[in-house]
Design a binder for this molecule. Structure first.
Ligand SMILES: Nc1ncnc2c1ncn2[C@@H]1O[C@H](COP(=O)(O)OP(=O)(O)OP(=O)(O)O)[C@@H](O)[C@H]1O
Ligand SMILES: [Mn+2]
Length: 268
């Protein structure tokens, strides 16, 4: 199969670094012996020197690669114009796919920045995304439901919002990620307004009507008041916002007034 060999040789020729997505220990060790290697995965079991933590199982390979590359550039593991070869498992856990990409080939999406450089802890952002994705999958009693979570910088968010109803979390000290809380969040998402969550994941309030200044906020056409409020509050404060749309079923994340991430819950 010389044709195939030649093709593969060319695909990996002169790469500056190899990105291994969730590799096994022996694969990592073999590769790291003579290649500049960056490991991307949920944890660093293989004890790689250059490692980017994946907070989500990005199903779409493009999203996974984008996250890894943005993280590696930001942490100085590779240069912005580096030629990269990525080995990843798309159909299963073992690597079955080779892709080649330049680190600057796609526009910076900010998805790495969303997790790593927000005021809220990355695990809190991940937990809230998971609630939103689950809510999107199941809806409420089979009906599609929308929800808005504002995460981080809670004091300022509270100052730029007002209550629509009594706050069921007023005197409680509950945190996202706790299974009981996830049930509560889903239950309360039937009603209007936003959830406000602190940097460390404490649920500060439900039923908040956000009143940020929407001046200069540029969200994609077709999205309504919920998404506008989500985008605007992240420009007015250092919070990020995660929105489940009742009308198109997608989960979106906003930071600094910009749409950073769009996920289809059905794909997770
Ligand atoms: N400023 C706001 N603060 C908090 N919640 C809001 C705000 N504006 C709208 N919402 C909530 O969003 C809900 C849906 O509003 P709207 O349909 O205009 O938003 P949307 O962006 O189109 O969202 P969806 O895609 O879910 O329909 C409202 O019923 C309300 O609960
Ligand atoms: Mn709408």
């Amino acid at each position: 199969m010389t044709g195939l060999d030649d093709f593969l040789d060319e695909l990996v020729a002169d790469a500056d670094a190899v990105f291994l997505f969730s590799p096994g220990k022996s694969d990592y060790e073999t590769m790291a012996e003579d290649e500049e290697t960056v490991v991307v995965g949920p944890d660093n079991d293989v004890e790689a020197e250059s490692f980017v933590e994946l907070p989500l199982e990005f199903e779409d390979l493009r999203d996974r690669v984008r996250f890894g590359v943005e993280g590696a550039v930001e942490n100085g593991h590779v240069d912005e114009d580096a030629e990269l070869v990525c080995l990843a498992g798309v159909f299963g856990e073992d690597a079955d796919t080779v892709t080649r990409v330049r680190a600057d080939e796609f526009e910076k999406s900010g998805v790495y920045d969303l997790f790593a450089n927000s005021r809220a802890e990355p695990s809190v952002i991940r937990d809230v995304l998971e609630v939103a994705v689950e809510l999107g999958k199941k809806g409420q009693k089979g009906k599609p439901v929308g929800a808005l979570f504002v995460v981080g910088d809670a004091g300022k968010v509270m100052n730029k919002s007002r209550p629509l109803s009594y706050n069921p979390f007023e005197k409680s000290h509950v945190h996202v990620g706790d299974p009981i809380v996830n049930v509560m969040l889903k239950e309360f998402s039937r009603l209007d307004g936003a959830f406000v969550i602190s940097d460390s994941g404490k649920i500060v309030s439900a039923y908040r009507y956000l009143e940020p200044s929407a001046e200069g906020v540029d969200i994609p056409k077709g999205l309504g008041a919920r998404h506008m409020a989500a985008g605007a509050i992240t420009r007015d404060t250092n919070a990020i916002a995660i929105v489940l749309s009742e009308s198109d079923g997608l989960v979106r994340a906003f930071k600094a007034g910009e749409l950073i991430l769009e996920l289809d819950p059905e794909a997770y």
